[in-house]
Design a protein around this ligand. Structure first.
Ligand code: PLP
Length: 366
């Protein structure tokens, strides 16, 4: 028998979360962001649940090819654009739309021999200070692009730094609008946080295309302020395994490497076939929530490479073979949001879902 760990990808949850994005951004088109192999869900397993999107946004040309092989004929957007001039040939061949965030990318376009002119998304750096033209350089970039025969449509985009927090999007929106307000073309501004928090009430933030990623996978962009229950999202991934052993501890017994946990009184613990080599965070301390047989309990002791140990107090029926839900949906429908596990481990749901290791079998379920 193979090791009992697996990741389930819930097709209906993905489709549900996509509907939530549409509800939050009425009339806008939706890019389903599927970079990083669909945030670790694997494009081939996420595709069916997300195929109701208006387009797919990603970074990697190989992932774009993968989507075309899966039969997707609609829009695909390269969020970082081309990495060198030859990528434009792939864009032409696969009909990929691409971001343009610096002058080099315009030079490559100007020299590119294409049969069909390209649809580009001109990116403004409105304050995140990663990619994009400064507001002061944005109009001249737009003018340069609009003079190229290689380009037939220019959309406008920017990306928010703090849409999930109290500072919100106002300063960046003002920077964007001050330069872009009279430029023609569709607009795309919102990540998940802005889609959920801003776009329902502010059409000028919503724009023509929203770009949700994390919310589609059933994690909240502004946890712990709001969890997935607040936003009406469902976990798209369940990481589950089984107990492979139990131990009975006396008061004072220590558990695991470094004796990081000591039993205060007699107790039973379970050993789960899941460790950091599966992508479970080693930084998750004692107290991190976990479901055993669908019942919430806690991790005890240090996460090791192939195993973690869990508190079985109050779970007398749990034993070898009992199902353990590291995150996602457990037996009986109990939900353990990935955000809660991430929070205990000092990180975000994004990192955990992207980190599921290659050795974990991934299976698509309805
Ligand atoms: C990753 C990404 C998104 C999606 O962000 P989420 O926080 O996952 O919704 C949107 N736009 C760009 C440019 C991105 O890189």
């Amino acid at each position: 028998m193979p090791r009992p760990i697996e990741a389930l990808i819930h097709t209906e949850a993905l489709a549900h979360n996509l509907v939530r994005a549409r509800q939050m951004a009425p009339d806008a088109k939706v890019w389903a962001v599927v970079k990083a192999d669909a945030y670790g869900h694997r494009i081939e397993h996420a595709f069916e649940g997300l195929r109701g999107a208006d387009g797919f946004a990603l970074l990697d040309l190989a992932e774009a090819e993968h989507l075309r092989r899966l039969g997707w004929r609609g829009p695909i957007l390269l969020l970082e654009g081309c990495f060198d001039a030859r990528d434009l040939e792939v864009c032409s061949r696969l009909n990929l739309w691409h971001a343009v965030h610096d002058e080099n990318q315009i030079d490559w376009l100007a020299a590119h021999k294409t049969t069909w002119p390209h649809h580009v998304f001109l990116k403004m750096n409105s304050g995140l200070n990663r990619l994009g033209f400064q507001p002061a350089a944005y109009r001249s970039a737009w003018l340069r692009l609009s003079g190229l025969t290689q380009v037939d449509e220019i959309s406008l985009m920017t990306h928010f730094a703090e849409a999930d927090g109290p500072r919100g999007v106002d300063a960046q929106l003002a920077a964007f609008d001050s330069v872009a307000h009279d430029l023609p073309g569709e607009r795309s501004l919102c990540n998940s946080a802005a889609t959920l928090r801003e776009s329902p009430t502010r059409p000028q933030v919503r724009g023509d295309w929203v770009r949700p990623g994390i919310m589609l996978y059933g994690a909240s962009p502004d946890h712990p302020e709001h969890g997935i229950a607040h936003w009406g999202l469902q976990p798209a991934m369940t990481l589950r395994s089984k107990l492979i052993a139990t131990q009975t501890l006396a008061a004072g017994d220590a558990v695991g490497y470094g004796g990081a946990f000591k039993a205060g009184e007699a107790m039973r613990i379970g050993v789960v076939a899941c460790g950091y080599a599966d992508g479970y965070p080693r930084s998750a301390p004692t107290g991190t929530p976990v479901l055993v047989g669908g019942v919430r309990t806690r991790m005890v002791g240090r996460v090791s490479m192939d195993m973690v140990t869990v508190d079985l107090t109050g779970l007398p029926d749990a034993g070898p073979g009992t199902e353990v839900t590291l995150w996602g949906t457990g037996p009986g429908g109990a939900v353990l949001p990935i955000d809660e596990v991430a929070h205990h481990a000092g990180t975000v749901g994004y990192e955990l879902m992207c980190a599921v290791a290659p050795r974990v079998p991934v299976r698509q379920v309805p």
